[in-house]
Each structure stands twice: as C-alpha cells, then as structure tokens.
Design a protein around this ligand. Structure first.
Ligand code: NCD
Length: 312
C-alpha cells in the first residue's frame, strides 16, 4: 500500500515533535553537510514560482543540489504555460509526472493547497499571497534557536506590514506553540495584523500588544523582526508611498535596544533597515538567509521520507 503523501501548506501541518525533529536535522546538516551530500541522489525538485523570489527559490534549489538531487522549474508565471491560460491544477498535475517534490509560490491565497490535491507528489507552499509562508517560518525558527538557544519565553517585536506580510502570520502561529512568548506588534493603523491572527493570539492566551512607534518598546525586545511594506498587495500606489517609510531601523534607534537583541528580516529589504545596521552583531538577517538553505534540506528529506535513514 502506498504511504500518504506529505505536504507542507501551513506550519500547522507539522506536529510539535516533527517540528523539533526537523530543526534538529537542520542543525545536524549545518554542522556536517558533507554527510548528506548523496541523500537525494536521483531525486528531482521542481520550483514553480508564479511570483518573484530570490532567497526562497534559490535556497530550495541549493538545498536539493547539496543533497545530491537535481532541480527544474520556472521563476515567473510569464515563462510557464500559465501565460497561455493553463490552470494551476493542470500545471501541477503535469509537473508531478516529472519531479519527486514541488515547491510552489503563487499570488493567490490557497493555490498551493489546491495544487497538492492534483500533484501526486509532496507540495510545499513557498508563499501564497498574503496568507502563509511556512518554510520562511522554519527558517526563522532555526535562526532563533541558533541565535538564542531557545524558542520560548521571548519578547518578540514584529514591525512593518503586519497585514500583508505572510511571514509574520506564520511566525506568530509557530511561536504561539512555545510557552511564555510575548508579542509586540508594531505597525501603522492600516497595516495591523488581520483579525484571525488577533483571534489566535487571544485563544492561545498569549501576552500581546499593538503599538505605533518602535522607539517606545525597543528596550524590551529579545527579537525585532522587521518586514517590508508589501507593495504588490496594495490596491493603490498612493497608500504605498505614504506608508513605505514608516519604519526605518538605524544605528541611532538601536542604541536603546538590548545588547542581546536579534534583528531579523525575511528579506528582501527595501528601506526599513539602514545598511549601516548590517555591521552590528545584533543584525542576523544574512545568517537567517543561510539557515533557510539548511532547514529546506531537512524539509526535503523529511517530505521524501529520507530522514528515517539518518539518526537524529
Ligand atoms: C518574504 C516573502 O516572500 O513573503 N520573502 C522571503 O520569502 N524571504 C518577505 C517579503 O517578500 O517581503
């Protein structure tokens, strides 16, 4: 009998134990990547990106290559048959004949969830509209674990576009699983987290607050997770122009922060972190980008059932 196909559409598709195991595997790969260099030999990953990406797509591809596998795919809807009017279902059903696992990004919320019903191989949501981005969350969790040594009892500031920023939604959901985490949501009125995220926070009984200015909370934070204003999800350019530079983290603002603060950002950055901050040891966004490759290696192995062959 064939085993059930595993997908990753939302971070909640993973149990606490699976998450733990994947983070451990990610760290092990990071420490000794050579040991895993042939694990996916003969396997293929397809990256179907209907929306732009640098880190997510390339880290998926680098992950598969470093596991000894190969990659195929497209990086924009224009270069696929979507431009001719093909449905996502038909594209995915076809690609399922060519690849062993699919990573898919799409501007429509729910597209990867619909796709996984047709693919016949594991599908990973690499970002669907303003909805979810579970592999960024895995990246963020591995980064926090490495930077802080724990995932609980932290004061986490999330700043910027908390309305359309899908990485924020998935990260809050994940961090609610660990006890004692407190959330400080820093955004302009128009870019507050959606109602369903507020409900999740309340349901979990977490401590959380919404503020407008980062200066007022800077000294309390263990983590400051910056995000860009998501221009592509705005209805008009004037609103974007008005809101885009609401927050710019610079060296001056960091003076009020703790010495053990971790500044994170899923990237790409536009203007919200001054480049002068990059040299500050508290800036960990490029280390975060590196974690993205290792955790995706662990994810690919897990979804293909190859993690059972190594001792974790
Ligand atoms: C994020 C995304 O695509 O949601 N980027 C990423 O995957 N690293 C954040 C963003 O685009 O602002």
């Amino acid at each position: 009998m064939s085993e059930r196909i595993r997908n990753l559409i939302s971070i909640n598709d993973l149990s606490g134990a699976e998450l733990e195991r994947m983070l451990k595997l990610g760290e092990q790969i990071m420490e000794d990547p050579g040991k895993y260099s042939q694990v996916c030999r003969g396997r293929k990953l397809a990256t179907l990106f209907f929306e732009p990406s640098t880190r997510t797509r390339l880290s998926f591809e680098a992950a598969m290559i470093e596991l000894g596998g190969s990659v195929l795919g497209f990086s924009s809807a224009d270069s696929s048959s979507a431009a001719k009017g093909e449905s996502v279902s038909d594209t995915v059903r076809t690609v399922g004949c060519y690849a062993d696992i699919i990573a898919m990004r799409h501007p429509k919320e729910g597209a990867p969830a619909a796709a996984c019903r047709k693919a016949g191989v594991p599908v990973v949501n690499a970002g669907d509209g303003g909805h979810f981005h579970p592999t960024q969350t895995l990246t963020d969790l591995l980064t926090i674990k490495r930077e802080k040594g724990r995932l609980d009892n932290m004061v986490i500031g999330l700043c910027g576009d908390l309305c359309f920023g899908r990485t924020v939604h998935s990260l809050i959901e994940a961090m609610l699983r660990y006890p004692g985490n407190e959330f400080v949501l820093i955004s302009p009125e128009e870019l507050r987290v959606p109602e369903y995220v507020r409900m999740l926070l309340n349901k979990a009984g977490a401590r959380w607050q919404e503020v407008r200015k980062m200066e007022t909370v800077m000294d309390k934070l263990d983590i400051l997770y910056m995000t860009r204003v998501q221009r592509e999800r705005f209805f008009n350019e004037e609103d974007y122009a008005r809101l885009k530079d609401t927050y710019i983290l610079d060296r001056e603002k960091l003076k009020a922060a703790r010495s053990d603060l971790s500044v994170m950002h899923p990237l790409p950055r536009v203007n919200e972190i001054s480049v002068a901050v990059d040299e500050d040891p508290r800036a960990c966004y490029f280390r975060q980008a590196l974690c993205g490759k290792y955790i995706r290696m662990a994810l690919i192995m897990t979804l293909l059932g190859l993690d059972r062959e190594v001792r974790i």
